[in-house]
Design a protein around this ligand. Sequence first.
Ligand SMILES: Cc1cc2nc3c(=O)[nH]c(=O)nc-3n(C[C@H](O)[C@H](O)[C@H](O)COP(=O)(O)OP(=O)(O)OC[C@H]3O[C@@H](n4cnc5c(N)ncnc54)[C@H](O)[C@@H]3O)c2cc1C
Length: 308
Amino acid sequence: MGLVDSAIVRLLPAVPRPVVRRISERYIAGEQLDDALRVVRELNDEGKLATLDVLGEEITNPEEARAIATAYREAIDAFEREQLDSNISVKPTALGLKLGYDLFRENLEGVVRHAAARGNFVRIDMEDSSTTDDTLRLYRDLRAAGHENLGVVLQARLKRTIADVRELAELRPNVRLCKGIYVEPPEIAYRDFDSVRASFVQALEELLEAGSYVGIATHDEWLTEQGERLVTSRGLGPQEYEFQMLLGVRASLGDQLVRAGHRLRIYTPFGRQWYAYSMRRLQENPKIAGYIAADTVGRLLPGRNGSS
Ligand SMILES: Cc1cc2nc3c(=O)[nH]c(=O)nc-3n(C[C@H](O)[C@H](O)[C@H](O)COP(=O)(O)OP(=O)(O)OC[C@H]3O[C@@H](n4cnc5c(N)ncnc54)[C@H](O)[C@@H]3O)c2cc1C
């Protein structure tokens, strides 16, 4: 990321919400379930799978967390009704983790049961490191309770991840492997690009070795190549792993993977609480300065972008 871009990233919180909204539209499927279903259908028509995220991270009371759980159940019903190929991704804090482990468990288990009854699958997203222990604990608890239709996420950025892979190996966990978006202290996380990549490749090798189904979640072309190399060298068929990408990011790389015969799942967020998610995506966008400049110019010059 260039100097101008990193300066813009630091200033992002000062960018007015309507501007953030406009330039982050590509990352969000819309505010309503119907918007998201339309996007999932388009993805399915392009030969891609989806995983739906109901945006809602600023939960302040149990009712909000229960409402998010209900929204997920409604999404699962809609997939069945409309024959869409999508599962769901849930954030622990959106289901109430910060309000208590028991509330998180009650909400997640309800959603997992609902999904199981309809042949669907639940991915527990991984948030910042303050939530890692509780998230993995609930994953283990639910597996011990007999639930098989759920998976977790491991973040290559965290130094603990290889140990977590080894501890989980006996469960042959279904894992989404990603770099990890949250900025963590250097004592617990790799800060340099190459160490994160090396940790990703090692975790992927060990997960595949353990017989795990892995969602290889990255837009880093070098890592997708490593992923292709590792699954091919093990002779895995396309049903035994998948690639995953975020809506609105490097779609052409995704198309390339689909053409090569891999399964590709697109993380598809929707909902009214779009701000926190959008900020994270914009902070990762290498062309952020250009987008903000274009939007600003668009508003200053009458008639451009229809936004004067
Ligand atoms: C399906 C999926 C689910 C995820 N779930 C989680 C999760 O549960 N927990 C978690 O901590 N993180 C999650 N992430 C985020 C992930 O950890 C990374 O922060 C993110 O994917 C960027 O890392 P990268 O591997 O794409 O590599 P990078 O090196 O960051 O990106 C590679 C290239 O992709 C392009 N790119 C990346 N991001 C953007 C963007 N926003 N806009 C435009 N171009 C971009 C750029 O060209 C960049 O050079 C998920 C990512 C994916 C794909």
